[in-house]
Design a protein around this ligand. Structure first.
Ligand SMILES: *Cc1c(COP(=O)(O)O)cnc(C)c1O
Length: 459
């Protein structure tokens, strides 16, 4: 088999800037060891997120020029609506400026004190919006999803038995929604199987609970189903996506992921009454129903991107490029989540830095080491992001301590990825020198965005 190449050529380039290790040490200290506070020009390879960082295609840029900026009923909205309907088959399509705006609307309406939302793993903004409404979010990830080093085909699956148990325990009347995140971002970008979605649907039917999909990476998930699930190898990605959405009552989506857009999102559903309530809230928070916080040109870019993302040469290259990085690291003995996820490589910081206790945030320490060594920006997905405190102020750690290297879509070439592997391996070879961090300042919600830290003092 020949090398799987990037299925595009480059029409416009953007320079990246080099810094020295000494400069990066100072930059890190100035950013209080929080990579969200590093100016982007000081980052060489930016793997902080795959969100809004995609390279748009020439067709998408052409769409930007076609954008109809009419306040109401713009032709760009109808293109957008058509594109979303074609993929999801859903009736009511509500544009929002990001995924979290869609979440804010739906959880404001369905959430509140005494309510529970159950998921495979809630993404951080999803959980924050649920909790902000007064409700509680419950993750029930399948057992195999909890062990980073043990490969399995669908580690993003929801645990069906635990799901049933939680519903019985909390009472179906108190559960406004089950929400499946595809692929499971916080759980390693691992896919969910069609069978698991069907099984979840069956349970939701039994208890009369609506099923929603957090669809940010629906195309990557659909492609994994094609590759790994029996009966799907001959189906096209749009067919698989359509089937997958057919089991859901609605979805939330960030167009900054699998729509190659730099901004945007939507809420889609089949319940007309719920759609009216969502639109009423949309008008006071986002904008009129045919633009919802977006410019006409953004709606155009999303409409085009949603179709492009389902092209198989793209998905083959996409999934393969993550696997390529993953395989290089595995060969060097670097502990990471296996198999490779759809959009990112997740280093297992607990095994990478076993000498750093969880309350000294091994994930964040590794994030800082990667930046210092090679100017690579990544993000901690562990106790800094998800940790809570008990009554005595002691850290309740997250299940896993991961470092995510998210790969922007269509942005970096193979040599960039080779460089990333070299830097990680270099850090791995001197891992014993890496020290823990302690928090000096933090916010009550989504603390990882603004947290300040410092290296742990030695006595
Ligand atoms: C990014 C993301 C969101 C939130 O979308 P934004 O556009 O960043 O607001 C929600 N869920 C998942 C799984 C995501 O990856």
């Amino acid at each position: 088999m020949k090398t799987i190449i990037e299925p595009f050529r480059i029409k416009s380039v953007e320079p990246i800037y080099f810094t020295t290790k000494e400069e990066r040490k100072k930059i890190l200290a100035k950013a209080d060891y929080n990579p969200f506070c590093i100016p982007a020009k000081d980052v060489l390879i930016d793997l902080l997120t795959d969100s809004g960082t995609s390279a748009m295609s020439s067709s998408q840029w052409a769409g930007i020029m076609l954008g109809d900026e009419s306040y109401a009923g713009s032709s760009s909205f109808f293109k957008f609506e058509d594109s979303v309907k074609k993929i999801t088959g859903m009736q009511y399509i509500i544009p929002t400026h990001q995924g979290r705006a869609a979440e804010k609307i739906i959880f404001t309406i369905l959430g509140g004190k005494g309510k529970y939302f159950i998921s495979n793993t809630l993404f951080d903004t999803t959980r924050a919006n649920i909790e902000f409404s007064g409700a509680e979010g419950i993750d029930c990830l399948c057992e195999e999803g909890k062990y980073p080093n043990i490969p399995a085909p669908f580690k993003g699956n929801i645990d069906i038995d635990v799901l049933r148990k939680i519903i019985d325990e909390k009472g179906a009347a108190n559960i406004p929604m089950v929400i499946i995140t595809i692929t499971n971002n916080s759980g390693g970008g691992q896919p969910v199987s069609m069978q698991n979605i069907k099984d979840t649907r069956r349970i939701c039917n039994e208890y009369k609970i609506p099923l929603f999909i957090d669809a940010c990476r629906f195309a990557e998930n659909a492609y994994f189903i094609k590759l790994r699930e029996k009966g799907y190898s001959n189906k096209s990605v749009p067919e698989i996506a359509r089937e997958l959405f057919s089991y859901a009552d609605g979805c939330t989506m960030s167009a900054k992921k699998d729509a190659f857009a730099n901004i945007g999102g939507f809420l889609a559903m089949n319940d007309p009454d719920l759609a009216v309530r969502c639109r009423n809230l949309l008008v006071i928070t986002e904008g009129f129903t045919t633009y919802g916080g977006l410019a006409g040109r953004d709606l155009e870019a999303i409409a085009v991107g949603l179709q492009e993302v389902m092209e198989e040469p793209y998905l083959q290259y996409r999934i393969r490029s993550i696997e390529y990085l993953s395989n290089k690291l595995i060969a060097a003995g670097v502990p990471l989540m296996q198999p490779a996820g759809g959009h990112a490589v997740y280093l297992d910081a607990k095994s990478f830095l076993p000498h750093i206790p969880v309350d000294q945030y091994p994930g964040q320490s590794l994030v800082c080491a990667l930046y210092e060594e090679g100017g690579i920006r990544s993000v901690e997905i562990g106790s800094l992001m998800f940790g809570k405190y008990d009554d005595k102020g002691k850290l309740i750690p997250s299940q896993m301590e991961l470092v995510r290297l998210a790969v922007p879509r269509r942005v970096y070439t193979q040599s960039h990825i080779d460089y990333v592997a070299e830097v990680i391996i270099e850090v791995f070879n001197r891992r014993n020198e890496i020290k823990g961090l302690q928090i000096t300042e933090e916010a009550p919600l989504l603390r990882h965005f603004t947290v300040k830290l410092k290296p742990v003092q030695e006595y």
